[in-house]
Structures are given as structure tokens and as C-alpha cells.
Design a protein around this ligand. Structure first.
Ligand SMILES: C[S@@+](CC[C@H](N)C(=O)[O-])C[C@H]1O[C@@H](n2cnc3c(N)ncnc32)[C@H](O)[C@@H]1O
Length: 239
């Protein structure tokens, strides 16, 4: 199946609205991703079909579960080459999206991709989550924090929940061990002001691949002691 048709078909199956313009933006994103990937390590996925299924469709599986308004602000922590933040932004153009990563060279790629796709209201931030979460510009400023493949849930929650407003949500794309991670993160979530509200199983169309979407509501402000300084969080995860 031709690339654009494959993406459109995935979106139909996942109940994601995809206009012709959005489909074109995804094709631009894919070309740039594969071109830049020859010069720097952005993704281990190098086949176009796999990019569509394992990156684009995988990330777009979040979209039907997000409550988007004209003023929704989202941050993607540990975005890498823009996943899941850029697919979400393309599919939900009204959101204000912040893409945060600690690696400067990935930010260079993101800036070119955003410009080439003509996206507005996307900010790229070169920062560790540990620093960004203590910065008043970003702390408790977002309706959603989204994240994929960055850390186990106890560590991820400390990276991400400080960015989320009370009443907002951390949405994490997780693999098959998600339920064990939730159990292990129970104490961390309580300390950080988070509460798991929903876990959804998703199968990526045209594949046997599945993942879990974990939704964690921010039910109380995160104490100012969190996030702790770089290094401390992953060495000594909250219990
Ligand atoms: C395995 S990659 C995943 C990238 C992307 N989320 C995806 O799903 O393709 C992990 C990314 O998280 C970033 N990262 C790891 N720890 C981080 C931290 N403490 N603060 C900010 N970014 C971090 C890395 O630089 C890397 O780009």
C-alpha cells in the first residue's frame, strides 16, 4: 500500500481525523527523518512502512484519548526525533506543543522539521527534564505531558509530573510491562501528586504490536523538592 494511504488507513482504524494537509505534513516529516538519520542517530527504524506504523501510528494512538480545546498546552518530555509530540501536534493543530530533550543535536532536526511542515505554536527546548521541571516558565504550566520510551514509570513520573497543572494529565506510552511499572511506581506517584486513572491497550493497525497508554491525573501540586537534581532520579527512583 502506498505510504499516504497506509497512514490514512491507520488513522481511520484508530478514529483519528487526518486531512490531506496533515498527511502531506507526515510525508515531509518522514523524508526529513530518514534524510537526517543518515547523518545522526535519530531512529533505528529506517523503512518507510515501519516509520508509518511504529512511529506515526504508534504515537497517533494517543490522540482519541486527549481532550483538546483551543487553549490546550502539551509538553513532550524526552521527545528525541519528535515522538509522540510532533504526530500529536500535526493531528491536533490547535494545541500549543513544547518538545523537550536533553540532546541539542535532536533539537536541530526538530527545528528544521517544524519549519518544513509549516507548524506554528511548537517550541523546542534543550533541557534536562530535571531542570525544566524546576523552571517557573514550565513548571505546572501544561494540560498534558506526553512521553514515550524515556524511563521506567517511577523515574518518568518524577521527570514529567512537575510540568503538569493540577487537573492535567501525564499520558505515557508504555510497553507490555506497564502494569508492573504502575505497581512499582505507586509510592512515587503518591509523593508527586499523581493518580493512575486509566490504562488502555492499543494494537497498532496492520501489525501484531501492542502497547499500553497510561493516564495519570495530577491530583495535587508536586512538592518543590521534585524533580531532584540530574542523576539522582534514575540512580535512586522514588519508592
Ligand atoms: C529512547 S529515546 C525516545 C525518544 C522518543 N520519545 C521516541 O519515543 O522515539 C529517549 C530520549 O529521551 C531523552 N532523555 C533522556 N533522559 C532525559 C532527561 N532527563 N531530560 C530530557 N530528555 C531526556 C534522550 O535524549 C532521548 O532523546
Amino acid at each position: 500500500m502506498e505510504n499516504k494511504m497506509l497512514l490514512q488507513s491507520c488513522c481511520e482504524q484508530m478514529h483519528v481525523q487526518l486531512s490531506e494537509q496533515m498527511a502531506e505534513q507526515f510525508m515531509t516529516y518522514m523524508s526529513l527523518l530518514l534524510e537526517w538519520n543518515e547523518k545522526m542517530n535519530l531512529t533505528a527504524i529506517t523503512e518507510e512502512r515501519e516509520v508509518i506504523l511504529k512511529h506515526f501510528a504508534d504515537c497517533l494512538s494517543l490522540v482519541p484519548y486527549l481532550k483538546i480545546t483551543e487553549s490546550t498546552k502539551i509538553i513532550d518530555v524526552g521527545t528525541g526525533a519528535g515522538f509522540p509530540g510532533l504526530p500529536v501536534k500535526i493531528a491536533c493543530p490547535s494545541v500549543s506543543m513544547t518538545l523537550l530533550d536533553s540532546l541539542q543535536k535532536r533539537i536541530g532536526f526538530l527545528e528544521e522539521a517544524i519549519q518544513s511542515m509549516g507548524l506554528r505554536e511548537v517550541a523546542c527546548v534543550h533541557s534536562r527534564a530535571e531542570d525544566g521541571g524546576q523552571n517557573p516558565l514550565y513548571r505546572e504550566q501544561f494540560d498534558y505531558c506526553v512521553s514515550r520510551a524515556v524511563a521506567n514509570l517511577a523515574v518518568l513520573a518524577e521527570y514529567c509530573l512537575p510540568f503538569v497543572k493540577v487537573g492535567g494529565t501525564l499520558a505515557a506510552l508504555k510497553g507490555p510491562d506497564a502494569l508492573d511499572e504502575i505497581k512499582e511506581a505507586k509510592g512515587a506517584l503518591e509523593k508527586l501528586g499523581g493518580k493512575v486513572t486509566e490504562v488502555i491497550d492499543v494494537t497498532i493497525p496492520f501489525t501484531v504490536l501492542s502497547h499500553k497508554l497510561i493516564f495519570i491525573e495530577k491530583v495535587a501540586p508536586t512538592p518543590t523538592a521534585y524533580p531532584r537534581k540530574a542523576g539522582k532520579i534514575s540512580k535512586n527512583p522514588l519508592k
